[in-house]
Design a protein around this ligand. Structure first.
Ligand code: NCD
Length: 295
């Protein structure tokens, strides 16, 4: 795999291979193994042109756990502020010696451009409203660890789906692995496609195994209507109407009191911190895959 730009292009076998490798890493981490030096001495460049907490930090730790050297570009203090283009910036970082590039950018498809310009392996860490493949992998690993298999699970994705790169990748991954997906939200937040959809969260709550909540992407120009919370917030009462074994997920950052209540975010159904923890082993697997490591 020369690049991990989206979920669609890696296919079912690619997805399965990454998840199996990530599961092995997760088991090894739990067993106390700290470093698996398959990328010993290789240089991983983290190029985050948009804010990030969990994705950036987990790529950083994943690379270090593989024995790589991590080179972090801080865009706010880089020559981008002096008018340098994205192309010149990434060619510079590549020439300095970054061998694998992890790219987050507000423009869809910029990680693909970085791959073309530099010829280096690239992982898309979130591009505009397009894709976020390693988040989808972390979510699938979380679900497999909880349910054993994703095949046949019913997953409601709720909220600002049209602006969500997380949803873009997750829908592809879940359907490839045999889950049924239903999109839930106000019309203006649902993309145009032929997936099952609903504007009524209460109608689907008791039917699904997973409620996957999304933040409203205000930085991409969308505002919630006044009745958003009353219609779509997953609060205690709604969570009580879910199936006994059903779980709540969210890629973070969460906005407590908007799409999710405080009690539900911290409650027994919440897998939010499991998703975060799964971010490290899946990013280890992704870095190895684009780094040409056979497993
Ligand atoms: C998301 C992102 O940046 O795409 N967060 C993440 O990576 N876990 C989701 C978001 O910003 O809402």
């Amino acid at each position: 795999m020369k690049a991990l730009l989206d979920v669609g292009s890696i296919g079912a076998a690619g997805l399965r291979g990454l998840l199996d490798r990530a599961r092995d890493h997760a088991d090894a981490l739990r067993a106390g193994e700290r470093v698996v030096p398959s990328l010993d001495g290789r240089v991983v460049g983290l190029l985050f042109f948009e804010p990030s907490t969990r994705t950036r930090v987990s790529f950083d730790l994943a690379a270090k756990r593989l024995g790589a050297t991590v080179l972090v570009l801080d865009p706010d203090r880089s020559s981008i502020n002096k008018g340098e283009s994205l192309r010149d910036t990434v060619l510079t970082v590549s020439s300095i010696g970054a061998e694998i590039l992890v790219v987050r950018h507000s423009e869809a498809r910029s990680p693909a451009l970085v791959h073309t310009w530099t010829g280096r392996p690239v992982i898309n860490a979130g591009d505009g409203t397009n894709q976020h493949p390693t988040q989808a992998l972390a979510d699938c690993l979380t679900l497999e660890e909880r349910f054993g298999s994703i095949q046949g699970l019913r997953v409601a994705i709720v909220g600002d789906i049209v602006h969500s790169r997380v949803a873009g990748s997750l829908v592809d991954a879940l359907r490839t692995l045999g889950a049924e997906v239903i999109l839930v939200g106000p019309d203006a937040m649902l993309p145009e496609n032929d997936l099952p959809r609903s504007g009524d969260l209460d109608e689907v709550l008791a039917e699904v195994d997973v409620v996957y909540l999304l933040r409203i992407q205000r930085e991409r120009g969308v505002e919630a209507s006044d009745d958003y919370q009353s219609r779509f917030q997953l609060d205690f009462d709604r969570s009580a109407r879910m199936k006994p074994e059903a779980v709540v997920m969210h890629p973070g950052p969460i906005n407590r009191g908007v799409e999710i209540s405080v009690e539900v975010a911290d409650g027994p159904r919440s897998l939010i911190l499991d998703q975060v923890a799964c971010g490290v082993p899946v990013r280890m697997a992704a870095l190895e895959a684009v780094g040409g490591i056979d497993w």
